[in-house]
Ligand binder design. Structure first.
Ligand SMILES: [Zn+2]
Length: 113
């Protein structure tokens, strides 16, 4: 379950930020999750609550923002949005697509006290 290690990563960032920016608590933490990042949202929410205990983000609300998958089509040379990693190009039907976004998960921002 890599959601646990993702949350440990988030905790590390929160603790660093708290030290650098001098806040004591996080109220809301927003993460962007790419469509192909393979993140189970329910598992992420569960791990978040567990992993943040004792950190500035204990009790924080986790908001998850979906990012679409994007790929560059080498047939029509346009960047397109795709639903599935192996989808053909929605514009020209071509199959030479290079994924350019959708694998990422990152903290977008946080509301702190
Ligand atoms: Zn195309």
């Amino acid at each position: 379950m890599h959601e646990m290690s993702l949350c440990e990563g988030i905790r590390g960032i929160v603790e660093d930020q708290a030290r650098v920016n001098g806040f004591t608590a996080v109220r809301v933490l927003r993460v962007e999750i790419g469509k192909f990042a393979g993140v189970e949202k329910e598992a992420l929410a569960f791990c978040f609550d567990v992993v943040m205990r004792g950190s500035p983000a204990e009790g924080a609300r986790l908001e998850m923002i979906d990012l679409p998958g994007r790929a560059m089509c080498y047939d029509c040379m346009v960047e397109v949005e795709i639903e599935e990693r192996l989808d053909p190009c929605p514009k020209c039907g071509g199959g030479k697509l290079m994924p350019v976004a959708g694998d990422e998960m990152r903290i977008k921002d946080m509301e702190v006290v």
